[in-house]
Design a protein around this ligand. Structure first.
Ligand code: AMP
Length: 420
């Protein structure tokens, strides 16, 4: 292994590509900021118990994929594999739910960790932007979140994604369905592991990707046929609101997702250009999660969108984001006196809000102009002794190639005008 290699299943974000990641994060969070969601940041690790109880003891995430460790002080911690449990924990700890303004609407952006088998689109360290609306049972809230995710993807220029929608029922109807599904699963030819899973969490078996298992599931009972009247009405309202807002979705009665805490509305955003790792985002309602982690009843709904896969989806669709060049002006000094003068000009430009950079290090004109080109700057400022003696700098338009002297005193004003 080379000394300079990121750990397996991880990669670095490096300029210029990293700018696209920032733009994606920005595009996903922009609709949330416009919709009453406040920013929350929680630690990168939590007590392992939080995820075991919240995400679910029998899920792959908890049994196989969690980076759990014991600290020198004997605490059992885990790097966060997802955001919802942490955000809810933080909201409960800060008593946000008691301020009397439910739902508490929060958004977040950060790194998540799962010990998965790496492949394209599946990493051990990845980024999500997420949103949670805590403490309200209202189909309009579910619809709001789905619409905001849809609008975020559309604002990026993505078109080839689909929204899969399902209802997982509630504590009235799900147990009845669960028993029926269990009964069905017990009659199948399944390996021991899968049978054990069928006893602990039979819905997860529906999510089994193996063909031999999927074949046997063709006649499995569907939750759709077991929904109680309240869940049915709730789901119909979510669907009607989405339709009214022109958001297309597909009913997917088999969508269960890999986390135990979901109830009622569940959804996934899939992109058809991504191969096997096609889920770009997902979420749903988690009315029981607060109680599962020891809090009061707080019906809630949320989603998390994967930043890495959203970037891959942009590539798959051939969408190039319009990213403004980071540097507008690049200053190239020729000689010591010019270094001082141009360095001051660069500082002045930056303070005036104009993105500027400087030819650092002692390079000749040719080397410095290469840097200026690489920076993507629209204009360069070049000055040598003779220019300074005349009180001017040479301003070059890198697009047209035009060049001419500008009085030192008016450089900032001239650039402001020409960049406008
Ligand atoms: P999940 O909590 O598993 O539904 O994840 C939500 C989103 O995060 C997914 O739709 C993916 O876009 C992204 N995601 C989850 N796991 C990974 C991973 N191992 N690598 C990259 N992205 C991931």
């Amino acid at each position: 292994m080379s000394t300079f290699q990121a750990p397996k299943g991880t990669y670095d974000l490096i300029p210029p590509d990293s700018a696209r990641f920032l733009a994606v994060r920005e595009a996903i969070s922009a609709p949330l900021k416009r919709s009453g969601y406040g920013y929350i940041e929680t630690p990168g690790f939590e007590n392992v118990e939080l995820f075991a109880r919240g995400v679910g003891e029998s899920t792959d995430i908890v049994t196989k994929e969690m980076y759990a460790f014991e600290t020198k002080g004997g605490d059992r911690l885990a790097l966060r594999p997802e955001g919802t449990a942490s955000v809810l924990r933080a909201a409960l700890e800060a008593n946000l739910h008691k301020a009397g303004n439910l739902p508490v609407k929060l958004w977040y952006s950060g790194s998540y960790y799962r010990y998965e088998r790496p492949q394209k689109g599946r990493y051990r360290h990845f980024s999500q932007v997420g949103a949670e609306a805590i403490g309200a049972e209202d189909p309009a809230l579910d619809a709001e979140l789905i619409i905001l995710a849809n609008d975020a993807y559309r604002s990026l220029g993505l078109r080839e994604f689909r929204i899969l929608l399902n209802s997982l029922g509630d504590k009235e109807c799900r147990p009845v369905y669960r028993a029926a599904l269990q009964e069905f699963l017990r009659g199948l030819d399944l390996d021991e592991d899968t049978l054990r899973r069928a006893e602990i969490n039979p819905l997860r078996v529906l999510d089994d990707k193996r063909e031999a298992v999927q074949k046997q599931l063709a006649d499995a009972p569907l939750l759709r046929d077991y929904l109680c009247d309240a869940c049915k009405a709730y789901h119909e309202e979510v669907r009607a609101l989405l339709t009214a807002e022109g958001v297309a979705y597909e009913d997917d009665p088999r969508l269960v997702r890999g986390l135990d805490y979901y109830t009622r509305t569940t959804f996934e955003f899939v992109h058809d250009g991504l191969g096997s790792q096609s889920a770009v985002g997902g979420g749903g309602r988690y009315d029981g999660l607060s109680e599962m982690i020891g809090g009061p009843a707080l019906p809630s709904v949320g989603w998390a969108l994967g930043v890495d896969r959203t970037v891959l989806a942009l590539e798959a669709e051939g969408v190039t984001l319009e990213l403004p060049s980071t540097t507008s002006v690049f200053a190239v000094p020729l000689g010591e006196e010019a270094r001082r003068v141009l360095f001051a000009k660069v500082t002045e430009l930056r303070r005036a809000g104009i993105a500027a950079d400087f030819g650092f290090g002692s390079k000749g004109l040719k080397g410095a102009m290469k840097n200026a080109n690489r920076s993507g700057a629209r204009f360069t400022l070049v000055a040598g002794e003779r220019d300074l003696a005349e009180g001017v700098v040479q301003l070059k338009d890198m697009e047209s190639g035009e060049q001419g002297p500008v009085p030192l005193d008016s450089v900032v004003d001239v650039l402001r005008e020409r960049l406008a």
